[in-house]
Structure formats: C-alpha cells, structure tokens
Design a protein around this ligand. Structure first.
Ligand code: A2P
Length: 329
C-alpha cells in the first residue's frame, strides 16, 4: 500500500508520520510530499529516512491514500488529481469540508457517512473535532438545542509560524515571522482567521457549520468566540450546552465515560480538571468542569481540552485511514 503525506515537513504533517507509526500503519510505501523548497530533504518514518518529493511526483506514483495538511490552496489544486488516480484523500484543510458530497468525519461519530466511492474525505477543524467528541453522545441522548462556545486556542494551530512567533517573543527577539497582527506572548487575541460583515471570524463560522454537519442537525443554534492564547500545544473550550430533553448530570458523565476517545477529568475537590499542558501529546479529548447551568431549564457547562495537532488534526486523519483500510479489506 502507498500512502502520500502532503505537507510532510509541516507541524501537522510530521505529527501524522509519528501517529502512523503509533497506530502501526508502517507496512506501507510512504510518499512524503511538500513544496518545491523541500524536495530532496529527508523525513524519518518507521526507522528510516524518506526523501521528500514534489506533489506532482506523488500524484504520478498513484498512492492508495493521501493525507493532506498543506493549506487550503494546495488541497484545492491537487486533491482532485489524486482522486482521479483512484486515491482516497483525507484532507485536513477547510477547502472541502462543507461540500455536500464530501463526508466530514470524526471516526468515533460518523465514519459510516463514508461511501465506498468517496475519494475526498474532509478532516474537521481542530476546535470542532474535540468539541463534537464530547457533544455527540449528549446530542444523541438529549438533543442539543443551543451551544455558546468560547475557545482558548494554542499557537500551534497556526503551524510552525505561530510557535516561532511566540518563541521569539518569549526570548525578547523581534520576530521576523508574525503569525498574528499582535504579540501573542503575554497576550490574548480574540481573532482567528478573517472577519465577515457580521463581525464573526472564519474560525467561529467553521465551528457553527462543521458542528451542524457532523452532528447531522442543521437546527442546532450555535454562537462562538475564538481566542488565541499563549499556549504552545492544546486547545481548550468553554462550552455552554442547552438540550431539548431534560438530563441528569450523572447521565451526562456516564455517556462521556463510555464515549471512545473521551476521558472525564472532573474532580474539583482534588483540583482535577483538564488543562492543555497535560493533554499535550495525548490522543484523547479531556472533559471536565461538568456542571449544571441553572440559568436555563436544560443547561450545562463543559470544559473540553485536547491536543489540537493530535486528535484535532493528525490522529483524527490517521484514524480515518485506519478505519477505511479495515472497511475496504
Ligand atoms: P514546506 O515545508 O516545503 O514549505 P505548517 O502549517 O506547519 O507551516 O506546514 C505546512 C506544510 O505544507 C509544509 O509541509 C509545507 O511544505 C507544505 N506546503 C506549503 N505550501 C505548499 C505547496 N504550495 N505545495 C505543497 N506543499 C506545500
């Protein structure tokens, strides 16, 4: 089996190689691809070095699967060419996520939406993935009516550039690369992506649309504020949930405990709650601070934390490929 990783030299792409190793997806011919700048460089995978190739060369090799994490423009330009060769593309950019015929997949929730004929599958936005992992069982049991979300997103969500800017600012060096309009060290920036006419950012709109698509319910009312915080790895989210049916908190805890890939960390008396420092390099989604919102009839508050580069990107994509390989055997 041949697997191409497009963007293999980037933050998410290189993590994909590590996650493929961890998931035992090593008995494959790897085609690491990146921009022309990186052709000829080497990446490590499964104990040996692999030469980075150009994207056209990776297409020519007609891989069985291609995982893309090289930005929306690269996905739009090249994913169809891979698909024409019969390759199944799992794309981490936002380019195809809302296309009607493209499944938007979190394997624990909706791998069944992938048809045998699908050649482009979208990996959701990092903040969406970790949130729906906690919300899917709640939605199934009680029906979610409304969500009010605030995110606390790490700089790694902006790729290597985000980490470099924060690192330079921490060291007091004027940063030659700026991922944001402002310093991020000692700061909090309420701005992710571009603003629309209503004053929402593209990252906020993604949370609304992608959540509705994955949970299969266009009627869920959703509003979000996306915030970048000076954290190197791991996104956090404060999520206020209103359900259609009444619930007991014990039922919610039980559902979350039984959801594969979710870990409940919620013991305030022992100061136990999820935090990005402890979610870093883990594949699970951590949920805590589970409490009733007394201001509405059926309301609760959740605090959801996960490593955005892992479950929010690389792990989710690799899990999709593993499930498809299993299904198509
Ligand atoms: P390169 O390293 O050659 O620039 P990050 O988000 O961490 O910055 O990573 C982006 C990834 O996408 C890198 O692997 C980068 O390759 C790759 N990439 C960026 N632009 C292109 C392009 N036009 N064609 C192919 N790969 C690209």
């Amino acid at each position: 089996m041949k697997i191409a990783v497009v963007g293999a030299t980037g933050l998410v792409g290189s993590k994909m190689l590590r996650v493929m190793e961890e998931y035992g997806l090593t008995d494959v011919e790897l085609l690491p691809a990146a921009s022309e700048r990186s052709v000829g460089k080497e990446v490590e995978f499964a104990g040996r070095k692999h030469r980075v190739v150009s994207v056209p060369d990776a297409i020519e090799a007609a891989p069985d699967y291609a995982i893309f994490s090289a930005g929306g423009g690269t996905s739009l330009k090249y994913a169809p060419s891979f698909a024409e060769k019969g390759c199944t593309v799992v794309d981490n950019s936002s380019a195809w996520r809302l296309e009607k015929d493209v499944p938007l997949v979190v394997p624990e929730i909706n791998i069944d939406t992938v048809k045998a004929s699908d050649r482009i599958i979208a990996n959701p936005n990092c903040s969406t993935i970790q949130m729906v992992m906690a919300l899917a069982p709640i939605h199934q049991a009680f029906g979610i009516k409304r969500l009010v979300i605030a995110t606390y997103q790490s700089v790694s969500g902006s790729g290597i550039k985000g980490l470099q800017q924060m690192d330079n600012e921490e060291k007091g060096i004027e940063s030659p690369v700026m991922a944001y309009h402002y310093p991020i060290h000692h700061n909090v920036i309420p701005h992710g992506g571009e603003f629309d006419e209503q004053g929402y950012t593209t990252e906020e709109v993604k949370l609304v649309n992608e959540t509705r698509k994955i949970l299969g319910d266009p009627d869920i009312r959703i509003t979000a504020t996306v915030v970048r915080v000076p954290v190197s790895g791991g996104h956090s989210e404060a999520v206020n949930v209103e359900t259609r049916k009444p619930f007991e908190l014990a039922q919610v805890r039980d559902l979350l405990n039984r959801m594969p890939g979710v870990m409940v960390v919620d013991d305030p008396a022992r100061h136990l709650y999820p935090m990005p420092l402890y979610a870093y390099e883990k594949n699970e989604v951590f949920v805590g601070r589970i409490r009733r919102d007394e201001s509405v009839e059926n309301g609760m508050n959740l605090w959801i934390v996960s490593d955005n580069i892992r479950k929010g990107a690389a792990t989710n994509a690799v899990q999709i490929i593993c499930k498809l390989i299993e299904k198509r055997k």
